[in-house]
Design a protein around this ligand. Structure first.
Ligand SMILES: Cc1cc2nc3c(=O)[nH]c(=O)nc-3n(C[C@H](O)[C@H](O)[C@H](O)COP(=O)(O)OP(=O)(O)OC[C@H]3O[C@@H](n4cnc5c(N)ncnc54)[C@H](O)[C@@H]3O)c2cc1C
Length: 255
């Protein structure tokens, strides 16, 4: 008989874990304290408007696609995710704008609009963030950091990648124009971080964006949550909403 697993919380972490465990053959129940799924990616409704509570920028769509392909299903039958041409538009208080895209020619033009001599620095910054991406995303993003020895082993390479610097400090060592420094330091804001204190590991997003582009789910992030919920229902994952887990009882090494 399949082992039973209870996943607590329906953020993207809980949604993905439930689906991955189900695909491995477990009997899965998901418990969420709020009346709807999504966690920080929940949506809020007021009048005829729907607001994304948190994430809006999708940088690695393959991670969502994978959850559907685990069940031989195609994400495009559930939600429409489209690549964007214009990723971000920065508007400064004096009216200057910076259009941030994945197009190298356009990025050259935008950087040079602020400071011609910062263009080489910008390219060097992107090259450096590729190294951070290789370590921080490719090597480490799927490793649990709950083992002290494993954590210690990462220190030399993290020092080499200057992870002791903040995002803003690292960016500032490559570009001198203050507005460009702000543009290329903004990525921690995506996860509620402060660019002046968040470790420069987060600059890996700069390279991540260049690699896969920026995508948007039509109808807002809530449509990704709805698509995952539909898949879970189809795959017989039990979903209990509006129920806070207050205690985990264990007996004879069983929960
Ligand atoms: C404003 C904002 C913008 C963001 N923008 C982006 C972006 O553009 N791109 C991006 O990739 N990321 C973005 N992020 C980050 C992203 O939202 C989070 O990393 C992600 O949603 C976290 O998912 P999670 O599953 O780890 O946790 P959460 O979403 O926090 O989920 C935890 C869930 O557990 C539930 N829960 C907790 N305790 C219990 C309990 N005892 N019983 C039952 N349920 C419980 C909570 O109600 C919640 O639903 C943004 C975050 C914010 C806040």
């Amino acid at each position: 008989m399949a082992k039973k697993i209870i996943v607590i919380g329906s953020g993207f972490g809980g949604l993905a874990a439930s689906l991955r465990l189900k695909a491995k053959g477990y009997k899965v129940t998901l418990v969420e304290k709020h009346p709807d799924l999504g966690g920080r990616a929940r949506v809020f409704k007021k009048d005829q408007f729907i607001y994304d509570g948190g994430p809006t920028v999708i940088t690695a769509p393959y991670l969502f696609e994978e959850l559907f392909s685990l069940f031989n299903k195609n994400i495009s039958d559930y939600v429409k995710i489209v690549p964007l041409d214009l990723w971000y538009r920065f508007v400064f208080s004096n009216g200057d704008t910076f259009d941030y895209t994945g197009d190298d020619g356009s990025m050259e033009e935008q950087v040079k609009k602020f400071n011609t001599s910062d263009y080489d620095g910008y390219k060097n910054l992107v090259n450096f963030t590729e190294k951070i991406f290789d370590k921080g995303f490719t090597d480490l993003s799927d490793k649990p950091f709950n083992n002290l020895i494993f954590m210690m082993k990462q220190i030399p390479s993290l020092l080499k990648l200057k992870s002791y610097k903040s995002v803003y400090n690292l960016v500032s060592s490559y570009v001198s124009n203050e507005k460009l420094r702000r543009v290329f330091s903004m990525h921690p804001l995506l996860v509620g971080g402060n660019p002046f204190s968040t470790t420069s590991i987060y600059t890996l997003i700069l390279f991540l964006e260049k690699k896969w582009g920026i995508h948007y789910s039509m109808g807002g992030t809530g449509s990704v949550v709805n698509a995952l919920e539909k898949l879970m229902i189809e795959e017989n994952i039990k979903i209990i909403k509006d129920a806070e887990v207050t205690e985990i009882l264990t007996e004879n090494k069983k929960c």
